[in-house]
Design a protein around this ligand. Sequence first.
Ligand code: FAD
Ligand code: DLZ
Ligand code: SF4
Length: 508
Amino acid sequence: MVKLVLVLGDQLTTRVAALKAADKSTDTVVMAEVQGEATYVQHHPKKIAFVFAAMRKFAAQLQQDGWSVRYTRFDDPENTHSIVGELIKAADATGATQIIATEPGEWRLIDALADAPVPVTQLEDDRFLASHAEFERWADGRKQLRMEYFYRDMRRKTGLLMEDGNPVGGKWNFDHDNRKPAKGDLFREGPLQHDPDEITQQVLALVEQHFADSFGDLDPFWFATDRAGALASLDHFITHHLAQFGDFQDAMLDDDKFLHHSLVSFYINAGLLGPLEVCEAVAKAYNDGKAPINAAEGYIRQIIGWREYIRGIYYLEGRDYTQRNALGHDRNLPAFYWGAETRMNCVSKAVGQTQTDAYAHHIQRLMVTGNFGLLAGIDPHQLHEWYLAVYMDAYEWVEAPNTIGMSQFADGGIVASKPYVSGGAYINRMSDHCKSCHYSVSHKTGEKACPFNLLYWHFLNRHRQRFEKNPRMAQMYRTWDKMDEDRRTTVLADADAVLARLDKGALI
Ligand code: FAD
Ligand code: DLZ
Ligand code: SF4
């Protein structure tokens, strides 16, 4: 009896559940480049190219390893352009009566497979440290689902940076040491650049032909698209950047898009790297004296803490999570998120590198584009679709809780205990963006005033009822209340003027 084994574009590892459960001597792997997946949001062309090139190479590797693979290329005239359509076609062609899949990272596709006219068994994706049941057990009965406590359990579970049951260095979390602004450094290495090989070049031509109108630059394409390249990128990060990762994790610079970030999220999320092997390599660098504890701990926390926790929230909260809008925000996404001109230098830099590289680091996503969206009252669903489209590492299981929860507080405070909002002062402290901005970060009112400054108070004022009792925000309300009434009126009027310009599509 032939069994079909579905492998999706973000499941490119032999360690994925469906492949582990299959037998290469009898079963057939199904992989397909389809419109349905390439267009459910308007993905950045680099993301499509990355996924297609990595899929083609993984399929070739499986074939080399003795698997039988039915691979549908995007421009195959018989392509049905949906995952379910390709499964039905493969079942008809092979007479297969059984199909197994690894659970997709998106409810949309989980439901499509569940509703398919051919029965598909979905196995839990065990590339994560915590299973669904384990996360549910952890969450059960807790008033608040704080990442920090979950993270400690994951440290205990993995033994990473642990010594006799205690955290190495005597503390679980060294974040306090990790908030330094950075200076320009001409000798900073930057991420490893990979020249596109023949397969990647073919895919680039295909993407150019079919997706040229999407937001984002296809060239230059410098990412790895196979495991060997992804491992080389990880090694490069550990050698050249890990030691400084902690110190400059939150920093932003006009002329340095990547600082000491690792740029491996897209490799991990697609399956080219395993999360645990990345953390083990980082722990080894610490043990070998190549990175300080604040860097190693800070890095490992992002993966076994945040990444796992975020995934747990996505499945725990269910299908309606992306529709949540606890603050009732409904403003349309401004055109400058899609590359239209803005005078806000910080936003222009974050969106600019999103356009060129399908990448922005965490603080740019959270404290620049996310912060602006929240302060300005942008519809969180529109922001969600934007983040899902424009970043190469974006799949709904990881993007949605980061956007809807952490960044927009649209889940009412499940992920974040308070909204991540700030005025321009935070951006000025962590970056050099304000020095060359049209606006003045020190101006609190008037035409030159930084829009973040104005909108910050507007946000607090319009959501007073919800947030004034939050102990972590009380101080800000006291500061607002102490302001002279005329000044408060001017701030709110100036903020309203910014919002009116936004609604008109005027230059901001
Ligand atoms: P580094 O800064 O080097 O961090 C190391 C690794 O830690 C990352 O590769 C990633 O695997 C993990 N990590 C760090 N923070 C998070 C987090 N909050 N959630 C999950 N993993 C984390 N990350 C995605 O992988 N996909 C997304 O679609 C995504 N959308 C986001 C949307 C918003 C609004 C925000 C605020 C954050 C989002 N993140 C997302 C988290 C984070 O910004 C990226 O993981 C990170 O910027 C990837 O770059 P890097 O590999 O250089 O990370
Ligand atoms: C992101 C993506 C894209 C652009 N294209 C494909 C594709 O053609 N075929 C495929 O199997 N997967 C693709 N993917 C990844 C899927 O969208 C991803 O598996 C789901 O969103 C679940 O995470
Ligand atoms: Fe951004 Fe305001 Fe600074 Fe300009 S002044 S870069 S808008 S924070």
